[in-house]
Design a protein around this ligand. Structure first.
Ligand code: FAD
Length: 386
């Protein structure tokens, strides 16, 4: 199949720009109150939980969802600017982010009415956090080789096996996970997987921490030992989850979080250059900001397509590939640029701390949410090249 690539330029309407102003004012209030430091994202779950409630009170969680489920039916572009401001300021949005971005929309599309009525209002109130159970020790890129299984039992299913790299599994309330319910078929190796909503407090779940080289503990190995999941926590079609997983990944791959994770180091470079301008440093700043601007236009364009009800999987993969490669290279490029800057000031010492932090988180950026090599395969297929 050949897809025509389309990155139509989208102009954000005035109402959306006004919303950006509201979000910025809110974030500045929170930063002034000392809730968070935009240069160093916090790991403190309690801070993240309290922040989620404040964002919920503003109506910024589940803002595009149907009114019938407590949403406001606002546009993807409005959600985009809220998300963009949160990411650009490194706001502590971890508690609600996964639920708002992908778990909630998946439940709206595929969950039972009981689950929708029970769980969606909790997400919108900033009271329920989610993790994603896709990767396994022997199936990351090849998601459809998953072995962790769900077997029918009285009134539901029993889960047995292991997931890995599960971000926030140790503190999330729920997981939406992909489990093997039948063998794959010779004519369709993606057949045989089913999605379930798992209550992370259910008995038989053990989360083993995995620490990243940055010192952060946010992902885990999750071991399921005969974990019972009631029948109505089945999400969508038995054995047909691959169709749902593909849609979910389009939400996961295109947002501003895919190029803003190391933005602080560029901001720090700009601050240094503003204090003591050096022409070569200013030139680097100009180049980096122009690249960022192009990435952002592409990402906004994908948001516009989601708004129009399309599933821009190839365009989303391009944004993630280019965006994460850019944010991964950024600390190294900034380090080279700053070699020409004046290095004695207090501003420079803060800059160094930020650079160190961004350098340590950079390696993961092109792997989380699907490795870039695999995305390039999706892009090539979409362009009819393979
Ligand atoms: C910070 C972080 C957070 C994460 N959070 C989650 C989470 O919450 N939930 C979850 O389920 N997973 C999560 N993951 C896992 C992530 O989705 C996987 O790491 C990723 O899909 C790659 O899978 P893998 O690690 O098994 O590597 P592999 O699939 O073994 O890949 C190893 C290498 O081989 C290359 N490769 C593999 N297949 C191909 C191919 N077909 N063509 C070309 N090259 C290929 C890859 O690009 C990679 O370089 C997270 C990962 C990170 C780094």
């Amino acid at each position: 199949m050949t897809t025509t690539l389309e990155f139509q330029p989208i102009r954000l309407p005035p109402a959306v720009q006004a919303l950006r102003g509201e979000v910025r004012a809110f974030l500045h209030e929170e930063m002034s109150a000392g809730t968070f430091d935009p240069d160093f994202p916090t790991e403190d779950w309690d801070v993240c939980r309290k922040f989620a409630r404040k964002v919920a009170a503003r109506g910024w969680i589940g803002m595009c969802w149907p009114k019938a489920y407590g949403g406001q039916e606002r546009s993807f572009l409005e959600r985009y600017v809220v998300n963009e401001e949160m990411q650009a300021h490194h706001a502590p949005n971890t508690f609600y982010f996964t639920a708002d971005r992908q778990s909630g929309p998946t439940l709206i599309k595929y969950a039972s009415e009981r689950i929708k009525a029970e769980v969606l209002p909790k997400i919108i109130a900033g009271e329920a956090s989610f993790c994603i159970g896709m990767s396994e020790p022997d199936s990351g890129s090849d998601l459809f080789a998953a072995k962790c299984k769900a077997v029918r039992t009285d009134g539901g299913w029993k889960i047995q096996g292991t997931k890995i790299w599960t971000t926030n599994a140790h503190r999330a309330d729920y997981m939406i996970g992909l489990f093997r319910t039948s063998p794959s078929l010779p004519e369709n190796h993606r057949h045989g997987l089913t999605s379930f909503l798992v209550d992370m407090r259910a008995s038989g779940i053990q989360c083993n921490p995995i620490r990243q080289m940055s010192g952060i503990h946010d992902f885990n190995e999750v071991v399921f030992d005969e974990v019972f999941v009631p029948e109505d926590q089945l999400i969508g079609e038995v054995d047909g989850a691959w169709k749902q997983a593909t849609t979910e990944l389009a939400y996961e791959r295109s947002g501003p979080e895919r190029f803003l994770e190391t933005l602080t180091v560029l901001r720090a470079l700009i601050d240094l250059d503003r204090a003591e301008p050096v022409p070569q440093v200013s030139e680097s700043v100009g180049r980096l900001v122009a690249e960022l601007h192009s990435l952002r236009r592409m990402s906004v364009s994908v948001a516009g397509m989601l708004e129009a009800g399309r599933e821009p999987a190839v365009e989303a993969a391009i944004v993630k590939d280019l965006g994460t490669a850019w944010e991964q290279d950024l600390p190294q490029r900034v380090r080279l640029a700053v070699a020409r800057a004046s290095q004695g000031s207090a501003a420079y010492r803060r800059f160094e701390d930020i650079l160190q932090y961004c350098t340590r988180i950079a390696p993961k950026l092109t792997v989380q949410g699907g490795a870039n090599e695999v995305l390039r395969g999706i892009i090539a297929r979409g362009l009819g090249l393979r």
